[in-house]
Write a protein that binds this ligand. Structure first.
Ligand SMILES: C[S@@+](CC[C@H](N)C(=O)[O-])C[C@H]1O[C@@H](n2cnc3c(N)ncnc32)[C@H](O)[C@@H]1O
Length: 223
């Protein structure tokens, strides 16, 4: 792929105001037509299952949007889930899709992963999950803030799943530039306190039928 956008929205890269950009994306397009919508988040579920976590493990989904993953994780019996997004509109959509009963097992935090406030209180995370969020952070400052937050939140013995556009992947998504990764680059950013457990490249099929190339990684915090 050259520099085409992930969702064929035809947008130019705007001056980056994360919040209004993403609020607009979730208002403008039905959830199941978004260029990152997954009917079955099978790759994430495979890696979550490999962690073999107890059902009360603290699972944090960074930049969750309105992902179907939360419903799937609840179906598997997990009871201690924290979801975050910068877009309140995205999290409202997610809430609408969860039953009232299920919502008791989920906490919602609207905050910016690159300039966190409430998220600074997040500790003892057993599993940090990010699909298609980190790759939007293109500056060193944003990336440093993200990884500082992750290190502050994930406990020793905890896991990290990072699923981002790989080096062959799209260079834009939702009209925004992205920073592409492979497993080695993610290992470098996490440092030696984290060990790579498993990784694979994965071709995601968008609702439009187009494909996007991801790398899925699972790390364990060892120190
Ligand atoms: C491509 S979507 C992926 C959503 C979800 N992870 C999924 O797989 O369906 C990127 C998400 O990251 C969120 N996001 C972007 N920048 C963010 C930031 N600085 N802090 C928190 N969330 C952010 C967006 O609102 C959006 O929901």
């Amino acid at each position: 792929m050259s520099d085409s956008c992930c969702c064929n929205c035809g947008e130019e890269t705007p001056s980056y105001d994360f919040k209004s950009h993403w609020d607009k994306a979730y208002v403008k397009t039905p959830i199941d037509k978004l260029g990152w919508y997954e009917d079955n988040p099978e790759a994430s579920l495979k890696l979550i299952s490999a962690c073999n976590l107890p059902k009360d493990a603290l699972i944090f989904n960074a930049g969750a949007g309105a992902t179907t993953l939360i419903g799937e994780v609840l179906k598997k019996g997990y009871t201690n889930i924290v979801v975050n997004d910068i877009s309140e509109k995205a999290l409202n959509e997610l809430k609408l899709n969860l039953s009232a009963n299920n919502q008791n097992n989920v906490r919602f935090i609207v905050d910016d992963l690159t300039n966190p406030v409430s998220l600074l209180n997040l500790k003892n995370v057993d599993l940090w999950h990010d699909r298609a969020v980190l790759h939007f952070f293109t500056t060193q400052q944003q990336q440093n803030a993200y990884f500082d937050l992750l290190r502050n939140a994930v406990k020793v013995g905890g896991y990290v799943i990072l699923a981002e556009f790989n080096l062959e992947g799209a260079k834009k998504c939702s009209g925004l530039e992205v920073f592409n990764y492979n497993e080695k680059m993610l290992q470098e950013r996490l440092g030696t306190d984290f060990e790579l457990v498993e990784f694979f490249n994965y071709t995601y099929i968008q609702p439009s039928g187009n494909t996007r190339e991801y790398v899925y990684t699972l790390f364990k915090r060892v120190a």
